[in-house]
Design a protein. Structure first.
Length: 196
């Protein structure tokens, strides 16, 4: 599924973003163990090539809950229920893809990986201009991050076998029809080839 003529990745300018692979979210994905194994392999490949790995999780503090307006359809209910507290085990990174020393780690309170974080500043500090995306869910963090990162002129790749959604049809439409207009859609084998 590698896009033809995809240029080789310059590892020092590339970051793989592992998004929302949290204890409370991973079980919602189809075939979570296989998904985690593929993501862990992609992370290992990027690290071995000298690239950067970033980890993004969604979790709220009390102040975050208080700041969510009732009109927010997506996060208003979570705030009202005081769900996804930043210290809760369900918001911790899954151990199969946990951060290591030197990785970028951010906590967000909306869908996009960077919308409520300093992620882009931290990537810029490292000279990153290429993002490889893996995440749950395809229709949530992945879609939001693709749209935002494309608008910010990142060279963008979506790992088709490292994104998942509870709705298989929504997942298919995004991966096959929406993402290719903004990013190269590749799989983990394609990533390994591009890393050389």
């Amino acid at each position: 599924m590698t896009t033809p003529a995809a240029p080789a990745l310059v590892a020092g300018r590339t970051a793989l973003l592992s998004m929302d692979f949290q204890n409370g979210i991973v079980p919602l994905a189809p075939e979570p163990d296989a998904l985690l194994a593929r993501v862990a392999g992609a992370i290992a490949d990027v690290r071995a090539a000298g690239g950067t790995v970033g980890h993004v999780r969604v979790a709220f503090t009390e102040d975050d809950w208080d700041a969510v307006p009732d009109r927010n359809v997506s996060f208003g209910a979570a705030a009202a229920a005081k769900a996804m507290h930043h210290e809760d085990e369900t918001t911790r990174f899954h151990p199969a893809v946990a951060p290591q020393d030197g990785d970028i780690v951010v906590r967000k309170v909306r869908y996009g990986a960077a919308s409520t974080t300093d992620l882009y500043a931290r990537l810029a500090e490292r000279g990153i201009d290429t993002l490889v995306l893996a995440g749950i869910s395809t229709s949530g963090v992945v879609l939001s991050t693709v749209m935002d990162a494309a608008d910010r002129d990142f060279r963008l790749y979506v790992l088709s076998d490292c994104v998942a959604d509870r709705d298989p049809e929504v997942h298919r439409v995004l991966v096959e029809k929406v993402f290719p207009s903004r990013a190269r859609v590749i799989d983990t084998a394609g990533l390994r080839e591009l890393l050389g």
